[in-house]
Structures are given as structure tokens and as C-alpha cells.
Write a protein that binds this ligand. Structure first.
Ligand SMILES: [Zn+2]
Length: 163
């Protein structure tokens, strides 16, 4: 994906207020991120473990989401699968909940899906990060096809937030 600056990212949030977008934690090492290998950039807030964020570039425009990861009441089953990249990483998956954009969000509506807990879907897909034994299904799809599917899943999720 296209490398983004902190300013690009803060301006791209679709489901939080301008004030929240200004204050939330954006990684400081943006220049060192492996942008060429990313379908989206996702990160957890080191100061608030129940918060995560992601940004993707759709139709040449960045779109960013603020996410909550509710503390699971019971441990997630070990082999849960990420709904975005279809990996079952050793580090687990987390339910990530996004407040909907605009009026629907103000009324308390949200949508959620399971992501790799470390939001490293792109790196697992490309084998740049080890997801652990048995984390990926054997599929006859090419990497390019798996990437397309992952992006389609992500676009679908972002669309459900902005719908
Ligand atoms: Zn994933």
C-alpha cells in the first residue's frame, strides 16, 4: 500500500470524532513500516490494550477505523480464524468492534469481526511473519488471489462501518 504519514492517518478516520482522531495513538515508526507488504496497517494502542486501529487505502483514499477489542469473557478457542485473512495464528484472534460512522454510530450501533490479534494479516499471508504450525489452510489459490480475498474482506468490513 502507499506509505502514509501521521497526518494522512489522523485525517482518514471515518468512525470517531475529529478530537478523538487527533488524540489517538498513531505508531511513531511509520517510516519503517513494510508498506510494500501491507494490505492495511493495523496497530494496537500500547497504552490502552482494548483499543486498536487500522487504515487502508481504498480507491486512492485512506480510510481508517477506530476499533475496540472487548475483553473476552472466556478464552478464545485456540484455533479461531481471522475473518479477514483466514489465518488461525498462534497469537490468536480478537473480536474487533467498530462504532458505525455518522448518525448510526451516535445512536450506539457498531459492527464487529474477528481479526488476527496483532493485526498482522498481510504479513501472515506473505509468510513474512510466522503464524505457527497449522495456521493456514492448504489452498490452491495463488498469493495474489489470497491477497485479493483479504482486501475484499477488509473492504466489506469497512463498508459495513460506513454504511
Ligand atoms: Zn488476519
Amino acid at each position: 500500500m502507499t506509505p502514509l504519514t501521521e497526518q494522512d492517518i489522523r485525517a482518514a478516520f471515518v468512525n470517531c470524532s475529529k478530537g478523538e482522531a487527533k488524540r489517538l495513538t498513531v505508531p511513531r515508526d511509520l517510516a519503517d513500516r513494510p508498506w510494500d507488504d501491507l494490505d492495511y496497517l493495523g496497530w494496537r494502542d500500547p497504552r490502552a490494550p482494548d483499543r486498536a486501529y487500522l487504515v487502508a487505502v481504498l480507491d486512492d483514499r485512506p480510510a481508517a477505523l477506530a476499533l475496540r477489542c472487548p475483553t473476552p469473557t472466556a478464552r478464545q478457542p485456540r484455533r479461531s480464524m481471522c475473518a479477514i485473512c483466514l489465518t488461525a495464528p498462534g497469537g490468536g484472534v480478537s473480536l474487533m468492534v467498530a462504532r458505525k460512522a455518522g448518525k448510526a454510530g451516535q445512536q450506539g450501533n457498531s459492527v464487529g469481526t474477528y481479526f488476527c490479534s496483532d493485526l498482522a494479516c498481510s504479513l501472515y499471508l506473505r509468510g513474512k511473519k510466522d503464524a505457527g504450525a497449522g495456521a493456514r489452510l492448504h489452498e490452491s489459490l495463488s498469493l495474489e488471489e489470497k491477497i485479493q480475498r483479504t482486501v475484499a474482506n477488509l473492504v466489506g468490513f469497512i463498508a459495513s462501518v460506513t454504511a
